[in-house]
Write a protein that binds this ligand. Sequence first.
Ligand code: ADP
Ligand code: MG
Length: 499
Amino acid sequence: MNRIQAPLAAGNNKNAASYEQKTTVGAEMEEIAGRKELEAHWVRVCDRLRKEIGDKAFKTWFGEVELGKLETGKLRLYAPTRFVRDWVARHYGDRVLAYWQAVNTTVSSVEVNLVPPPAPRRANDIIAVPPVPTSPQSYQSSSLPRLGPAIGRGSEDALQGPEARYTFANFVVGKPNEFAYAAARNIAEQDRPLPERNPLYIFGGVGLGKTHLMHAIWHAIRERDPKTRVLYLTAESFVNRFIQALRTKNTGQFKELFRNVDVLMVDDVQFICGKEASQDEFFFTFNSLVEQNKQIVLSSEKPPSELQDIEERMRSRLGSGLVADIHSSTYELRLSILQTKAENARVPVPVSVLEFLAHKISTNIRELEGALNRVVAHGQLIGREITVEMAQDVLHDLLRQADRKVTVDEIQQRVAAHYNIKLAEMSSPRRARSVARPRQVAMYLAKQLTTLSLPQIGKRFGNRDHTTVMHAVRKIEELKVSDLSIAEDVELLKRQLQG
Ligand code: ADP
Ligand code: MG
């Protein structure tokens, strides 16, 4: 039995304190003394561990584990990844606890947590190309304004540019994405935007390559003509900057950002939905650039027709150029992406393993990449041969999820039982809140957990119209934010259904 719990960390102690809440000023001195003592203990625990398991294993598993706090007997460690966390807890848990107890008798348990994710990387949040960016200095003196604090350390970050591997060359083309790929290439190769292809609006589900294509356009344009001024930003960044500009009464500087661009790319425009003032500003920016015959590229998870809470003039503007969708991936495309990635990683992965992954992980390309990385890392780190069995073992949590197909029947049953209403109410015409809300929750879950379309879901709920389902999904999305009990219900039900 492991007395160490899965949700541990301390080789580097420098950041650990910041993961935890600051104490009051009064207790500060005491805390510093306590912390020093705890760190000294941790050094001793680490020394013993290193002696016992060897330098190499110690570095692999504890190199990035960080020391947290000791509170009422519970000592917290932080692991950099889920994988390291689980591994340390499972294989070294007992030893870590025993060594701690040897140096500090107040420790009764050790808990390994995951290091909280860092703040989202800002570098790719907004990328601007100055006319001739040869050095940070030339960037600053260029005609583009400084991008402000939101991108981190000013121009340095902006110069980092887009994700280097998101190029056309690294984009694997197949039936589901060939149109979007061709459209993106075409934009990157045009000297002047063609009105009928402006804006280019790329849409498709999460993790299917939209951002990759946009960064690829960026690289290609830069390669063709380094003087072209390209600005890429996420819609979220647009909104945040705009709001900040309003707050600081500095919209002039905000507008300046867009003034001299030749190509504007805005990623995930669905984020602008429902944000009226930002939408107006976006509409204005958009129009003035199109009028000057500048190219605009947008991406979204939905086609213009399915965006909600958006003005009609905006909707028609978004769809007025070339709309290109990326369909969900096919087995062939997934396999070919895996082959390319495995080749790039220069690690021999048997075809049977690639086939297995392409077959089992069909949700999106990001997950597929993640799965391959995990298998390869596992092979490299602990020198285990890469086989289908090994992949099965390493990915058991992911695969269990993929195997588990939730049905509408199950959803209706669970939800009805949870809210203590009759199953028949799921399809009844009754609109009383006591049954309507659970029904909406069930519709929401059906949309989230199955691949059925809105009309198909409506059918299963007493032949309701797809707009009713859409309304239900929106309602629950709103309530999840404003009503904690609904948010908890939904999470609980989701876990039970996927369990
Ligand atoms: P989206 O923006 O649509 O959510 P991303 O562009 O972030 O998706 O893609 C997710 C991950 O999958 C990225 O690492 C990307 O490189 C990879 N990816 C997606 N499609 C392809 C493809 N066709 N070829 C190679 N890699 C791809
Ligand atoms: Mg994206």
